[in-house]
Ligand binder design. Structure first.
Ligand code: UDP
Length: 509
């Protein structure tokens, strides 16, 4: 464990010399919003912000962060984790392996404690607060013992966070014979179905490895001083109301944590947003993607991507390809090896229908991007008209901030709950299918994407609603004017800082 950049000398009483320490879960979908939040706190408050994580994750973060954010490496021994020696991140792990890395995250407690002691020694006081991932609830005890407080940060939306927490804590499907059930924390009308549950939750009984990790971590996180949520007050009224009642602590919706140029909808230029992301190389140059998008009509392109760590089965891939080709709609599809194959391996053309790549290339219908695409540049381009997404929350926020409607194919984590909310509460999405084992044929793919890409009808309505959500997101993140025009997310960040400063005064007296 090494403190990479020693914090500046403390000047008691000067708020710009406060120090906040952040502890993300080791997954790209978490590192990206943690880094954005760190930047936002530093930019708006002038605080020193240190992100603590394992060496490889710090390497990713450092490759995109400027010098304004500090990093602390926490050692993460390789022995006996049921993982590859270089596995420090969920990237390229199967869902079955992810529980091992999640469970192993508890081993960061000792080096993290040691790191905080070093801060106390150097600065003469503990950090103003710890901002820890909702999955790292052990940080609550660490913060308390060091004389500070823990604020839990959920990188997901309010609805999805609540559904995820409540399902794991209550396992309601175990208490009924019915396939449909209500979920503590949600109103009666929001019924959940067994198919919303990933097989790990379905099988969970409190003694399995996921329950043994998640139940205590979530319960501990509920003991935090408050909760930062990567959402917007005005777009998730139901989710936030229910989450606040359930958690019984202040919830500050400070999202979406996206580059401000994206939120202000400045036209994209190659690499504009990319440098803000967590250091991954795109499978096709940004210039080429943007040039191709420039040659397409407004709102005509379908973007297809399943996030940073998911893929679909080989048979699903073939059906998706046949639906895309049959629809004639221009597309950009981020492809990686199908489930069951090494994601780090080469993509083989046999996983797609014979001649698919050649035909769609010759007709200039689509771009296949291997493994990783410049997603923000694509979503913010005027030619992009809809997004086939696994409904990971970052992807959802990125899409909605640009007014791009979604075709959901949720797979794991809280994605099915996000998808349910997008369909039922926001009306900006249709669900193509759900889960990894679902039945879906090329004809159905073609029907759904044609419907959503249509200018009028259902697709038009979804696009209109997505545009309204984009406006609310832009208003919530408006930091140009003080007073009444100050966006709710900007205000929430101010409220969070005022609350922790007040709390620190209380602890010290
Ligand atoms: N992402 C990207 N290019 C890709 C795939 C993903 O830039 O080809 C980024 C995407 O913009 C988002 C993150 O990776 O910020 C994925 O987070 P999300 O919450 O959507 O899904 P997860 O990967 O956590 O399942």
């Amino acid at each position: 464990m090494v403190l990479q950049h020693p914090p500046p000398t403390s000047m008691e009483g000067s708020s710009s010399n406060e120090h906040i320490v952040m502890l993300p879960m080791m997954a790209h979908g978490h590192l990206i919003p943690f880094l954005s939040l760190a930047r936002e706190i530093h930019r708006r408050k002038g605080f020193t912000v240190t992100i603590a994580s394992t060496p490889l994750n710090i390497q990713y973060l450092r490759s995109t962060a400027g010098t304004e954010i500090k990093f602390a490496e926490l050692s993460f021994g390789n022995a006996d984790r049921g993982l590859l020696p270089d596995a420090e991140n969920t990237e390229n792990l199967t869902l079955d392996q992810i529980v091992n890395i999640f469970s192993a995250s508890e081993r960061l407690e000792a080096p993290f404690r040691q790191f905080l002691s070093e801060i106390v020694e150097k600065e003469g006081k503990p950090p103003l607060c710890i901002i820890s991932d909702v999955f790292l609830g052990w940080a609550v005890g660490v913060a308390e013992s060091m004389g500070t407080v823990n604020v839990t940060f959920t990188t997901c939306g309010a609805y999805g966070t609540l559904a995820y927490m409540s399902l794991w804590l209550n396992l309601p499907h175990r208490k009924t014979e019915s396939e449909e059930f209500t979920l503590p924390g949600f109103p009666e009308r929001c019924r959940f179905h067994i198919s919303h549950l990933h097989r790990f939750v379905r099988m969970a009984d409190g003694t399995d490895s996921w329950s043994r990790f998640l139940q205590p971590q979530i319960s501990n996180s509920l003991q935090s001083f408050g909760c930062l949520c990567n959402t917007v007050e005005e777009i998730e009224p139901l989710g936030l109301e229910c989450l606040r009642k359930f958690m019984k602590i202040p919830v500050w919706p400070i999202g979406p944590l996206l580059p401000s140029a994206l939120l202000k909808k400045s036209p994209a230029s190659a690499g504009q947003f990319y440098k803000h992301r967590a250091g991954k190389k795109p499978g096709m140059s940004m210039e080429k993607c943007l040039e191709w998008l420039d040659s397409q009509k407004p709102n005509s392109v379908l973007y297809v991507s399943f996030g940073s760590q998911n893929s679909i089965s080989e048979s699903h891939m073939k059906e998706l390809a046949s639906g895309l080709e049959g629809s004639g709609i221009p597309f950009i599809w981020v492809i990686r090896p199908p489930l069951g194959f090494d994601f780090r391996g080469e993509f083989r053309s046999e996983w797609l229908p014979e001649g698919f790549e050649q035909r769609t290339t010759e007709k200039n219908q689509g771009l296949l991007v291997k493994n990783w695409a410049p997603q923000l540049e694509i979503l913010s381009h005027k030619s992009t008209g809809a997004f086939v997404s696994h409904c990971g929350w970052n992807s959802v926020m990125e899409s909605l901030s640009q007014g791009v409607p979604i075709i959901g194919w949720p797979m794991a984590a809280e994605q099915t709950y996000n998808s349910k909310m997008l369909v039922e509460e926001m009306g900006v999405s249709v669900e193509l299918t759900r889960g990894l084992q679902s039945e879906i044929g090329g004809e159905e793919v073609k029907r759904v994407i044609k419907m959503v890409m249509e200018e009028k009808g259902k697709g038009g309505e979804m696009r209109k609603k997505a545009a309204e959500i984009a406006e609310r997101i832009a208003a919530a993140t408006n930091d140009e004017e003080e007073g009444d025009d100050k966006g709710s997310s900007i205000q929430a960040l101010d409220d969070f800082v005022s609350a922790v400063v007040r709390k620190r005064r209380e602890i010290r007296t």
